[in-house]
Design a protein around this ligand. Structure first.
Ligand code: C2E
Ligand code: CA
Ligand code: CA
Length: 821
């Protein structure tokens, strides 16, 4: 609208008012009375004037004005106004505010000039909108005649032809000028404006409009190819050239525009909503990378509010973690591909580093110039952390989230090193629930799981801060208590743990009680390695179970008992070793497998003690070996055997070789062959009456040295047997290199021969190989006739066992067996 609202009093002479309109190039004048608008006079009203009567042009404007003032609300749309222009055939509307106060005047041309009708004007050709019957008048007419023709034809302009002259035009606006300054009785040919600008019928209305605006004129002649004026086009025609068509057209155009608008508004809203709700951070910068926009996710991730970053560059997020060439590569990719994607470390406002997956896109205009950059990023630090977590899962129990065995062992090894350095003590408590299996079986695994969870929580709550509770699996837990002063601290905690487990559980409506059996071992007191420490705690726990459950036991006490027992036995053995009291030798016969003839005997120690009673070799031999007493005891045995052989020889008994068992300490003692040689000569024994039995493990190390010793023994006439063959390393390869004479297949194979197929295979293989190596094979532990029969299928030279002959005292042996030798 025209905001510089022209107005005048209703008594103002028309020519005065027209002069102001012409001066201001306004098409209308608001007529006032007592400061109230009472009417309007417009340039269109010129056509009703009698230009022949100059007095008529000086009448008060109030007598000539149109009294009905059509108003339109200031907030009415231009589309609405355009339709009203056409429907009411008006040229002007008074624009009023809500209080009906005049704000300005809206003319048709304003509507055309300002309407968003471009799309309509762009689509329509001049020929469809132009006035097809333009008023073309000869230049000889008077103004009065012109005005009446314009009035009669409802046109707002007339094309003036004048022979020998270019086309001219006279419009309503020109008439206003003539009202203001009456030209007198001159022809319109002289008054016409020249040249009359023209457009072609095929031109678009938008082109025509641009011509009008550019040349500040209001009419164009439409001239066809034959230079004929075929139409006239003004703002009026642009709006209502073809009224019906136009209105429908306009409606459509407007509807389309509104739809497009609402669509784009919707799209925009949608985009805004998407951007707002996006979990991805979004930064939009201008071409110089100054931030123009960030979304809430950006703020959430970086800690920066929009007002803190807008206008700055994303460099403020820089972590300092990337080299300059990292950014250089990024920019290179952006400039050449318009795109970059990668992982980048940035820094939040609070200084915290985070890893983001960033996509930057260059936004380009139609000319290909980058106008903006859009950056989309997501914080993937947590994904990394998740990966970390997955990795760590290997260290945690899935159900209780307690450390698992692996992590426990890590911590234990750390704590042990720490304890070692600081001369401290640590405890491992093995915890096993009592009756967990019943709960699981009767109430189901879900409740079982829940129970384990609650147990783990109760246990954790009773431990100290630096303690570790781990779950080994099932209902087994381990508590690691580092840094103890006294073992009593651990037993105190163990008591608390038992109390915690013993309280009733209420799960899923079921109320029940379980208990816990605990075993405690200490580092360094009970063990030096992780494995031993855990095993000892386990053993102690097992004792707690055996001794009533829901209690704890110290591995330690057991060691003490054992140790006390061993110590007592050791001292008793020492006495025996010194005096020989209670020591005896039994002889077990060894027979030829096929003939059953006596081929030898094995000497076995027997020990009778006043305090311990009869003690089996399996119990006292290990004590003797550990204490070193095996050496004097072994010497006593060999002397006894040597003496016995000497006696039998002296008594004219037929004798057989007697094998003595040598433990590793005996074998490796200094000068074993020399000592034996001394004993043999002392008892004047011929060679071949005393053999030795050794286990594989004895010979395993230093085979060079072993070979040497064995060789010496062989030279003394001793047969050498590998005892318990098959239970140790069973390396037949090294046997090849050792000067041994005999293999004694362990009794466990003989025992299993009838049941386990594998044992037969081993017997077959061993005997076959021994045969190849030229070794004698003795099968031990033959307890049944069937075993003997089975052994006969293999190259087994000799057999020994309860089925054939028990170990017996020398006199019994002589009486029972030597006679048959
Ligand atoms: P070993 O050297 O394997 O001795 C054979 C063991 O098998 C003897 O047990 C013998 O009584 C037992 N035995 C013999 N026939 C049968 C049978 O048919 N069935 C069963 N189940 N067992 C049978 P013993 O006398 O209790 O000796 C146990 C171990 O003590 C011996 O095993 C040997 O390793 C060690 N030992 C015994 N005397 C001495 C010794 O003077 N010096 C050394 N260093 N160790 C000895
Ligand atoms: Ca033996
Ligand atoms: Ca044996």
């Amino acid at each position: 609208m025209q905001t510089g609202l022209l107005s005048c009093d209703r008594h103002t002479p028309l020519d005065v008012a027209a002069a102001r309109m012409a001066e201001r190039r306004c098409s209308s004048m608001l007529v006032m009375e007592n400061d109230e608008p009472v009417g309007i006079w417009t340039e269109h009203d010129c056509i009703y004037l009698d230009f022949a009567d100059p007095g008529a042009l000086r009448q008060p404007i109030g007598d000539l004005m149109i009294e009905s003032i059509a108003t339109i609300a200031a907030d009415a749309s231009l589309g609405e106004a355009a339709m009203r222009f056409a429907a009411e055939n008006r040229h002007h509307f008074l624009v009023v505010d809500e209080a009906q106060a005049p704000l300005g005047i809206l003319s048709r041309s304003d509507a055309v000039l300002n309407q968003g009708l471009e799309s309509y004007l762009r689509l329509r050709e001049v020929r469809h909108a132009m006035c097809k019957t333009p008023l073309v008048l000869p230049g000889t007419l008077t103004l009065g005649e012109l005005a009446s023709r314009m009035r009669f034809t409802h046109t707002d302009a007339a094309v003036i032809t004048q022979p020998g002259q270019a086309l001219g035009i006279i419009t309503e606006r020109d008439l206003v000028r003539f009202v203001a300054a009456h030209p007198g009785q001159v022809s319109v040919g002289e008054l016409a404006t020249r040249p009359l600008l023209s457009v072609a019928p095929g031109d678009t209305l938008i082109h025509a409009r641009d011509q009008l605006i550019a040349n500040r004129v209001r009419h164009l002649a439409v001239i066809d190819e034959s230079e004929q004026v075929v139409g006239l086009l003004g703002f009026r025609e642009m709006l209502d050239g073809n009224e019906q068509f136009y209105i429908e057209d306009l409606r459509q155009a407007l509807a389309q525009r509104d739809q497009a608008l609402s669509q784009s508004r919707f799209n925009l809203e949608l985009a805004e909503r998407v951007i707002d709700a996006s979990l991805e951070g979004i930064i939009i910068t201008d071409a110089q990378t100054h931030i123009e926009f960030v979304n809430p996710a950006f703020t959430h991730m970086t800690g920066y509010r929009p007002e803190e970053v807008i206008g700055r560059t994303p460099a403020l997020l820089s972590s300092g973690r990337h080299e300059a060439d990292f950014y250089a590569r990024m920019w290179h990719s952006l400039k050449s591909n318009g795109y970059w994607r990668g992982e980048i470390w940035n820094r939040r406002k609070n200084g915290q580093l985070y890893l983001e997956l960033l996509t930057v896109t260059a936004i380009r205009d139609e000319a290909g110039e980058t106008t903006n950059y859009a950056a989309l990023f997501s914080d993937i630090t947590h994904i990394r952390e998740n990966e970390e977590q997955v990795r760590r899962l290997a260290y945690y129990d899935a159900l209780t989230r307690l450390p698992n065995r692996r992590l426990l062992e890590d911590r234990l090894s750390l704590s042990m090193r720490h304890a070692h350095r600081n001369s401290r003590r640590l405890a491992v408590i093995f915890i096993d629930l009592d009756h967990f299996k019943q709960v699981n079986d009767s109430l189901g695994h879900a409740i079982g799981d829940e129970l384990l969870l609650q147990v783990s929580q109760r246990l954790s709550a009773r431990l100290r801060e630096d303690d570790t509770l781990a779950r080994l699996g099932g209902d087994e837990f381990i508590a690691l208590l580092p840094d103890l002063d006294e073992p009593a601290e651990a037993t105190h905690i163990a008591g608390r743990l038992i109390a915690a487990i013993s309280e009733p559980f209420k799960i899923d409506g079921h109320e029940f009680r379980v208990g816990g059996s605990l075993g405690i071992s200490f580092y360094p007191d009970d063990a030096a390695t992780i494995d031993d420490l855990m095993r000892n705690a386990d053993a102690a726990m097992y004792r707690a179970k055996q001794e009533g459950r829901n209690t704890y036991r110290l591995f330690n006490s057991k060691t003490h008992v054992q140790e006390n027992h061993h110590l007592a036995m050791e001292s008793a053995l020492r006495d025996t070793a010194e005096t020989g009291a209670g020591l005896d030798v039994h002889y077990q016969p060894i027979f030829d497998t096929r003939s059953g003839a006596l081929r030898g005997a094995e000497a076995l120690l027997r020990w009778q003690h006043p305090g311990f009673g009869h003690v089996a070799p399996a119990d006292f031999i290990p004590v003797a070996e550990r204490s070193g007493l095996i050496l004097p005891l072994g010497r006593r045995l060999i002397r006894k055997v040597a003496a016995q052989q000497q006696r039998w020889l002296a008594a004219g008994q037929a004798v057989v070789p007697v094998a003595v068992n040598l433990s590793a300490k005996q074998f490796w003692q200094n000068d074993l062959p020399a000592r034996l040689a001394a004993i043999f000569s002392e008892h004047e024994l011929p060679p071949g009456l005393i053999d030795v039995e050794l286990t594989e493990s004895t010979l395993l190390d230093e085979s060079q040295q072993a070979t040497h010793i064995l060789q010496s023994l062989r030279e003394l006439g001793c047969g050498v047997a590998i005892d318990d063959f098959g239970t140790g390393y069973s390396s037949l390869r090294y046997l090849q290199d050792l000067p041994v004479t005999t293999l004694k297949i362990d009794r466990s194979f003989v025992a299993r021969m009838q049941t386990a197929h594998g044992s037969r295979a081993i017997v077959a293989a061993v005997t076959g190989l021994a045969h190849e190596l030229g070794l004698k094979v003795v099968a031990e532990g033959v307890e049944q006739a069937s075993q003997l029969a089975a052994l006969k299928q293999y190259p087994v030279h000799c057999v020994q066992g309860f089925h054939l002959g028990m170990p017996v005292a020398a006199d019994v042996f002589a009486r029972e067996w030597l006679g048959s030798a």
